[in-house]
Design a protein around this ligand. Structure first.
Ligand code: THU
Length: 137
């Protein structure tokens, strides 16, 4: 059982990134921070579009920044929003996290009023599709 007590640098990075979210349609700003295997932190925020489905998620942006910087392994993740309860990553973002993080990687979920929960990538996406399903032995 993980005890909520995130590493503050990750929470702070996600909180700061959230400030720059572009969310004029939902008015729901989300920030994310990914710690790469190198220890560096990569941040993202949601970027909406007048053509609604074109919008992108905070986790998506943070993981993209990590990959562009040359890293492909996330060792800790944080997502935060102004929500009544710690905000969970969307289904699509769970799949994105799964691509770059092992099942035991901690995924922190926070709210701007200080609530926090921890899970793992494996627990967030049980029964995930992975490359193994594309190979017939
Ligand atoms: N959103 C994220 O950025 N990440 C999530 O995991 C959940 C949802 C964004 C997408 C959209 O801009 C807004 O939150 C409302 O759905």
């Amino acid at each position: 059982m993980l005890m909520p007590n995130s590493v503050p640098d990750l929470r702070d990075a996600a909180t700061a990134a959230r400030e720059n979210a572009y969310a004029p349609y939902s008015n729901f700003k989300v920030g994310a921070a990914m710690r790469g295997a190198s220890g560096k932190i990569y941040v993202g925020a949601n970027v909406e579009n007048v053509s609604y489905p074109v919008g992108t998620c905070a986790e998506e942006a943070a993981l993209a920044a990590m990959v562009v910087a040359g890293e492909t392994e996330v060792i800790e993740a944080y997502v935060i929003a102004d929500a009544p309860e710690p905000v969970p990553p969307s289904g699509a973002c769970r799949q994105r996290l799964k691509e770059f993080g092992k099942d035991d990687v901690t995924g922190w979920m926070g709210s701007t009023d200080g609530k926090e929960e921890a899970s793992t990538i494996g627990d967030l996406l049980p029964g995930a599709f992975d490359a193994g399903y594309m190979v017939r032995s």
